[in-house]
Design a protein around this ligand. Structure first.
Ligand code: T1G
Length: 679
């Protein structure tokens, strides 16, 4: 099957690319496009050209798998230029997602026609890059700087309708008649002169020149979003070049910056994340024909914070949920919180009032446990206590129809022990959602020893359907994420009892790229989770803080002091409490460097990740990265803990762990000695 074929429809040459699954612009496609455009130029019987794609989408970009390999001519910029220089009009016929290099090909065309459902975007920035085939120079000329900036700097696609409104698309085709409409459009404009050459247009650049503040306003409005990232700033400079320089100079600058970003760590990390997220959805070692069970009705046991949040995921995906509580008050509270969450989202304009009512119409609250009987999947989100969970699974097994999946939302308890209480261990699985469950993307799918491939595959499919990023975990305390988090927490507690300040620990992690550090997190969540005034004996810093009423933001003070706007400041009282513990320990308080703080917090996490891999609790190192990126705010531009460890060097990490008295995991030790990496 050749990547590009042509056919003549009268005097219109129809060039069709076919490179499943997304028509990435790999070498064969680029060569095919080049040959077709050159052939059209030489053919006097051709008066116009249509470029289209077979399959589900127009070109979705350069072939990311080619990055890092020696470039093969023709390069994409050259193909775009060749198209643009054609003396015969070239029409891009767009469906699906015209992304990155795909949109750049379309921008090289003289006209663009798209179906209503098409999306057009330049997402290179999400890979730590910028459009490298003229996109930063042509898009501002075609759509204007004010609309080009967010498209290039944030990388989010726009609809065909929006694209038409900004001049990026010239005509909207019928959803099912794109090829015919594109050919008719090509014939219609075949004789029109002059050809609209994107790179030669100046009207929208002149407008930008007249509005000098457009860049400063954009940077000021988006400073927080751009923190720590190289590519967005580079994108802004490239668009500024489109305004300040000639096209030739601008595209030269674009190419320089592109290659600088391409070889930088951030882009390598973000490209790793792109493929890692897709790999996580794959389950190694199960038969390809493993069935996916139909999940038409979900049962939710527990209407608390987690039960309510989990429920919303299914309602929003159009899946009915029966939610059960033991008392009416708890049930009513749970349902009203679900409604309030939806109404708040509607207030922000992200969903309509009708969508709120539609979601709520799919919810059946009840006190009757037996109402769950005909569910295809029941998830329990009851109190985190194994005796209670065992009892729940016994009752579920006796009540729910045969073949239904029984899932626990436990965040660390043993799913196998729950399965053992049932006659259907093959249908028992863990679905560990992260709070707030209706917001956090991560879902740890915990595979029990006896969980069947069909139940596992069904759970992974369902996760995708409800918009979660799912990662398969084995059964161990804390699964993947919390197991590694506990290492970081232990080190954080140890560090402040050696002399590091809580605010220094938090600062080091936020400077690394986390949204907040462990002590800020504790204050936000509340220090008194699991604490009891009756039994507290001042045995830890947390005990004493809680005993002093310093229970976190909700009490105006925790590790930090908070003003009336919840602005935090280091607390002398906390410092005194910690100093008292250090004095009692007989240890000498010392200053701890930022470097030691970072190494002590993150290296033991990598070490635990190595143990998780050794024990086969995670399928692959990149899955561990996906857990931390989507569940704990690890900065994506460093790739996740295991990818980051590779960039630090496993030998350096193993040596440092030894220095800090942490026993090095055998897998980490072995890889360090062999100079190997995790990914
Ligand atoms: N290159 C190579 N493979 C790609 C690919 C790409 N651009 N896009 C997707 N795939 C693979 C993906 O790995 C998966 O493989 C399969 O296709 C289905 O993808 C010069 C330099 C198009 C919205 O960033 O956003 O152009 O796992 O599971 O959910 O300026 O894929 O099946 O083996 O994601 O339906 C810019 C990236 C590139 C778009 C479809 N373009 N792709 O989503 O399917 S850089 C992008 C996507 C560039 C130029 C620069 C999505 C999608 P496998 P999928 P999907």
């Amino acid at each position: 099957m050749s990547a590009v074929t042509t056919r003549k429809d009268g005097d219109v040459l129809v060039v069709s690319a076919n490179n499943p699954p997304v028509n990435a612009l790999g070498h064969a496609v680029r060569a095919g496009l080049e040959a077709a455009v050159k052939a059209a130029a030489a053919d006097s019987g051709v008066s116009a050209i249509v470029i289209r794609c077979e399959g589900r989408t127009f070109f979705a970009g350069a072939d990311i798998t080619e990055f890092g390999k020696p470039p093969q001519a023709p390069g994409l910029p050259d193909v775009c230029d060749l198209i643009e220089q054609s003396s015969k009009p070239v029409v891009a016929a767009i469906h699906g997602t015209a992304l990155g290099g795909g949109l750049e090909v379309a921008l090289g065309c003289h006209y663009r026609i798209a179906v209503p459902t098409a999306k057009l975007g330049l997402p290179e920035v999400k890979l730590g890059l910028l459009p490298g085939a003229g996109g930063t120079q042509r898009l501002p000329r075609v759509a204007g700087v004010a609309d080009a900036l967010p498209m290039i700097v944030f990388g989010d696609p726009v609809s065909a309708k929006k694209a038409e409104s900004i001049g990026l698309v010239d005509r909207i085709a019928g959803e099912d008649s794109l090829e015919a409409d594109a050919i008719a459009f090509a014939r219609e404009i075949a004789k029109k002169t002059p050809l609209p050459v994107s790179s030669a247009r100046t009207d929208k650049i002149e407008a930008a020149k007249a509005d000098a503040g457009v860049f400063e306003r954009f940077v000021t409005e988006n400073a927080r979003k751009l923190r720590g990232l190289d590519a967005p700033a580079a994108c802004i400079e490239a668009v500024r070049a489109a305004v300040d320089l000639s096209y030739a100079e601008g595209v030269k600058k674009e190419r320089e910056v592109f290659f600088k970003l391409l070889t930088g760590n951030q882009s390598k990390a973000l490209r790793h994340v792109f493929f890692a997220e897709r790999a996580a959805a794959k389950i190694d070692g199960i038969p390809a024909d493993t069935p996916v069970l139909p999940i038409k009705k979900v049962g939710m046991l527990g209407a608390g914070t987690m039960g309510g949040g989990i429920t919303m995921n299914f309602l929003s995906a159009g899946i009915p949920v029966t939610i059960v509580e033991r008392e009416q008050a708890a049930l009513d509270r749970g349902v009203s919180i679900i409604r309030k969450n939806y109404e708040n989202t509607a207030k922000k304009g992200r969903i309509t009032a009708e969508q709120v009512e539609k979601a709520m119409s799919l919810l059946t609250p009840t006190l009757d446990f037996n109402a769950l009987a005909d569910s295809d999947l029941v998830i329990e989100a009851v109190f985190e206590n194994m005796d209670i969970k065992r009892d729940v699974f016994r009752r579920l097994d006796a009540t729910i129809k045969p073949g239904a999946i029984l899932a626990s939302n436990t965040s660390y308890l043993n799913v196998d022990e729950m399965a053992a209480e049932t006659k259907r261990p093959e249908s028992v699985i863990g679905l560990h959602f992260f709070s707030p469950a209706n917001v956090m993307k991560l879902l740890e799918v915990v595979r029990g020893a006896k969980t069947s491939p069909a139940v596992l595959k069904t759970s992974m499919e369902l996760a995708r359907k409800i918009g979660k990023v799912a990662v398969v975990s084995g059964v161990c305390p804390g699964f993947i994420g919390n197991r590694m988090l506990s290492q970081r927490q232990a080190q954080a507690q140890a560090l402040i009892l050696e002399g590091a300040k809580p605010w220094d620990v938090d600062r080091v992690l936020t400077q690394f790229g986390f949204p907040m550090g462990p002590f800020q997190m504790s204050d936000l969540a509340g220090l008194d989770i699991g604490w009891s005034a009756e039994t507290s004996k001042s045995e830890s810093v947390r005990d004493v803080l809680c005993e002093r009423g310093r229970r976190g933001q909700k009490t105006g003070k925790g590790f930090y002091d908070y003003d009336e706007n919840r602005k935090s400041s280091p607390s002398p009282e906390t410092e005194a409490i910690i100093a008292d513990f250090i004095a009692k320990s007989g240890k000498q308080q010392r200053a701890v460097s930022d470097e030691e703080i970072l190494e002590r917090l993150l290296y033991p996490m990598v070490n635990e990740g190595a143990k998780i891999l050794e024990e086969k609790m995670a399928q692959r190192a990149s899955d561990i990265d996906i857990v931390w990126l989507n569940g704990y705010g690890w900065p994506a531009y460093t790739g996740g803990p295991m990818f980051w460890a590779d960039t630090v060097g496993l030998d350096k990490i193993a040596a440092a762990l030894g220095k800090y008295g942490v026993e090095v995991a055998p897998l980490l030790k072995a890889k360090a000695e062999k100079g190997e990496s995790f990914n």
